[in-house]
Design a binder for this molecule. Structure first.
Ligand SMILES: C[S@@+](CC[C@H](N)C(=O)[O-])C[C@H]1O[C@@H](n2cnc3c(N)ncnc32)[C@H](O)[C@@H]1O
Length: 321
């Protein structure tokens, strides 16, 4: 576990998030992906002197670092280890039933990406792990999750093709899955760089600047951590927790996530959700939000220069009616 001095994560679109959430001193806010606390610090400052933040994260390593970082804010900030898809139940223990704003900043933090032993990155050699819940002694949550090593070595070829296509939109899914199956007949695939090399040798040389294994790594990470399922559940739970006029900000980093957020927001904002061509409305659906970002908000050139990890970020925001 890196020392606190070793880790940093620059919060993406931070000023924009603060502007949309309009934090005020009587407010209670949820940072559903608190990570290393970058957005939370900004929200705590903007809601001084009394605004409260409840930070949630699956990653106990991140929470250990963040607890130190946020201790200057005292009781204004509480941290919970858990899944934002269950934030309603997690908040019951804090006797909080409605909040003024919620942020979901999806994906992985620099702490996770830069730690070779977590196995998220093809830039560092490490065990193929990729669980957002890191393994600690007696940690049953992590024990019950598959690691990337298990998925890569134990899945059928069809299973791998499905994961690479569905969660990575990888054009060469079949070819890569067959190559993995051939390699693992001789030796297990155990490290990040071993897998990255196999993918790089299998796909045609692409002109794109991104590493050829980017989509395969993204697919495995999303699958292992059930990221899309958590997002869908988390959005509904978040809407239910917001007070009228409360805001939900979601930052996504790839098209699969953004599509889910965009469609869910559109459904919430719509007057009628009857199937097309239904002659008269029978759904009795009423809009529950106003969409505040007709188009997603993107980082500007200066932000991307300062923080290249922000380059694919998209922020969408709704206000509960
Ligand atoms: C991009 S980072 C957040 C960084 C944070 N906003 C900051 O400024 O430091 C995403 C974080 O979300 C966490 N995470 C991902 N899925 C989660 C889930 N379903 N429930 C709770 N935390 C989750 C990850 O462990 C990671 O720490």
């Amino acid at each position: 576990m890196p020392k606190i001095m070793d880790v940093s994560h620059i919060p993406v679109l931070c000023d924009k998030v603060v502007n949309f959430l309009e934090p005020h001193p009587e407010g209670v806010y949820i940072d559903g992906t608190v990570g290393l606390g970058g957005h939370s610090v900004a929200l705590l400052k903007a809601s001084a002197p009394n605004g409260k933040i409840i930070g949630i994260d699956l990653d106990t390593d991140a929470l250990t670092v963040t607890k130190d970082r946020l201790q200057v804010f005292g009781e204004r900030c509480s941290l919970i280890n858990g899944n934002f898809a269950e934030m309603n139940t997690l908040l019951e223990t804090h006797a909080v039933h409605a909040v003024d704003g919620i942020l979901l900043d999806l994906g992985v933090s620099s702490l996770q990406l830069d730690a070779p032993h977590r196995g998220f990155s093809f830039n560092h050699t490490g065990p193929l792990d990729m669980r957002m819940t890191p393994e600690h002694k007696n940690d049953t949550a992590a024990e019950t999750m598959l690691t990337a090593m298990q998925v890569v070595n134990d899945s059928t070829v069809e299973g791998l093709v499905d994961i690479f296509k569905r969660y990575g939109e990888e054009r060469f899914a079949k070819r890569i899955a067959h190559r993995i199956a051939a390699v693992r007949q001789h030796e297990p695939i155990t490290t990040t760089t071993q897998l990255a090399e196999i993918v790089a040798q299998t796909v045609p040389k692409r002109r794109s600047k991104i590493h050829p294994a980017t989509r395969v790594f993204q697919a495995l990470r999303i699958y292992i951590n059930a990221e899309l399922e958590n997002l869908m559940a988390g959005l509904d739970v978040a809407l239910a927790l917001l007070k009228p006029n409360g805001r939900l900000c979601v930052i996504t980093f790839h098209s699969l996530e953004d599509r889910i957020v965009k469609h869910r927001f559109q459904t919430w904002a719509r007057m009628c959700i009857c199937p097309p061509k239904t002659p008269i409305c029978i759904c009795e659906h009423r809009p529950s939000v106003e969409i505040l970002t007709k188009r997603p908000v993107l980082p500007d050139v200066a932000e991307v220069q300062h923080n290249p990890r922000a380059r694919s970020a998209k922020l969408r925001v709704v206000c509960k009616l």
